[in-house]
Structures are given as C-alpha cells and as structure tokens.
Design a protein around this ligand. Structure first.
Ligand code: ADP
Ligand code: 5GP
Length: 205
C-alpha cells in the first residue's frame, strides 16, 4: 500500500473549484474529499456535514486552540479549517484526499507536507469570474464584490503551485485535473517502493 496523496486545490471564489471537485470525485470513487469547518452561514441548499461543518466562531476558536486543524484561515470575513482527524485516518489507509482550500491554508500545508500536490484553478478572465459569481445566484452583491476584490491577491499566489488549470470549458478543465491526478499517482517516487520486491533489479535502488 502506498501513502495517500494530498491534492490541494485553490482558486479565487467563482472560478469553478466546487464544480471541478465534483467531477473528479464522481470519476475517482476512491478519492476522498475533506469536509471543512466554517463559521460562514450555510447557503441555500448547503447541508451540514456534507458541504461544510457549520460551527459558531466560539466553537471554531476552541478547535484552533485545541490544535484540531492541520490548517485554517480567515477568508472573505469568515473562518475555514481542515480537521486533522479525518485526514490522518484517510492517509493511514492509503487514500488520496482532495482539499478545496484557500491559498493561505495551502501555504501552511506547503510547509508541513512536502509530498502534497498543489493545483490552482483560474477562470479565463476577471469578467468571466464576475459573471460566474453573479450567475451562481447564491451570494449578495456585497459578498460578490468582496470576493472579486480578493481575487487579485489570490491569483498572485498561483505562481508557487505545482499546476495551473484554466477552467474555460468545464469538461476540458476536468480532463486536465484527472490527468494531473493520474500522473501524480504514477510518479516514480510513489511507485518504486511498491514494486521493489516484484523486480529484483530494483531492490538496491
Ligand atoms: P467555486 O467553488 O470556485 O466558488 P463554483 O464551482 O461554485 O466555483 O462555480 C461558480 C459558478 O460558475 C457556478 O454557477 C458554476 O456552475 C459555474 N461554472 C463553473 N465552471 C464553469 C465553466 N467552465 N464555464 C461556465 N460556468 C462555470
Ligand atoms: P466558500 O465560502 O465559497 O465555500 O469558500 C470560500 C473560500 O474558502 C474558498 O476559497 C475555499 O477554497 C476556502 N476554504 C474552504 N474550506 C477551507 C478550509 O478548510 N481551509 C481554508 N484555508 N480555506 C477553505
């Protein structure tokens, strides 16, 4: 059994991260997606324990203080964090995990987990980002404006990610994302430990 791979996916809000994560979870049923904790209020249709664990700021603070998050950050005025518990369990079972988190959280993981794979999703342009945020019809005009203003700073972070995928056509972007996952699973450093006993000539490598 190989160690599970952590796929960290970031993007400015509205770029299509949630849509793309759904595509890959449907395609790779063995892939797990971490459900984050947040202090944000649920949007219409969001379910507690499915989209997020919705908690009070007080409970979130308690979890921070107790060291229950592998990373957490304040994003667009709310707190979001990834619980250590489920990640540890999946990784010990050799499961690959997808994290849909912002670039501050991704930067924290970059320091603590050098085998993680960092993927940045970009929209084709800022006008299209605004169209998608508005068309999604889930956030107020004020929230949309705040997210667009934050997008510039977030996009700047794309430079240090391992992969950048432009989400122009959803199906095409999903194919690229699947390609990254498959390629990363085939990396020599991940495969070699698994096949050493099968091929004697690889034993001393
Ligand atoms: P995020 O999770 O990054 O905030 P979403 O996945 O919720 O973004 O996508 C934002 C909106 O844009 C949604 O209404 C979604 O259906 C739409 N969308 C996502 N990808 C595309 C695409 N490639 N072309 C057009 N619309 C898209
Ligand atoms: P939304 O409110 O649109 O669901 O998410 C807003 C932002 O928070 C997105 O950029 C999303 O990736 C990020 N986010 C969601 N969960 C987490 C998390 O656990 N940690 C961090 N750092 N960011 C998160």
């Amino acid at each position: 059994m190989r160690e599970g791979i952590l796929f960290v996916i970031s993007a400015p809000s509205g770029a299509g991260k949630t849509s793309l994560c759904k595509e890959i979870i449907d395609f790779f049923p063995e892939l797990r997606q971490s459900v984050s904790f947040t202090t944000r209020f649920p949007r219409a249709g969001e379910q507690d324990g499915v989209d997020y664990f919705f908690v009070s700021p007080l409970e979130f603070r308690r979890m921070v203080d107790a060291g229950e998050f592998v990373e957490w950050a304040e994003v667009h005025g709310n707190c979001y964090g990834t619980a250590r518990k489920s990640l540890d369990l999946w990784q010990s079972q050799g499961m690959d995990v997808v994290l849909d988190i912002d670039c501050q959280g991704a930067a924290q993981l970059k320091k603590s987990c050098d085998s993680a794979v960092f993927i940045f999703i970009l929209p084709p342009g800022v006008d299209e980002l605004r169209r998608r945020l508005t068309g999604r019809n889930l956030d107020t005009a004020e929230v949309i404006e705040r997210r667009i203003q934050n997008a510039e700073g977030e996009i700047r972070e794309a430079r240090w990610y391992d992969y950048i995928i432009i989400n122009d056509r959803l199906e095409l972007a999903a194919e690229k994302l699947k390609g990254v996952i498959m390629a990363e699973r085939s990396r020599t450093c991940r495969i070699l430990p698994l096949i050493r006993t099968t091929f004697p000539s690889l034993r001393d490598t």
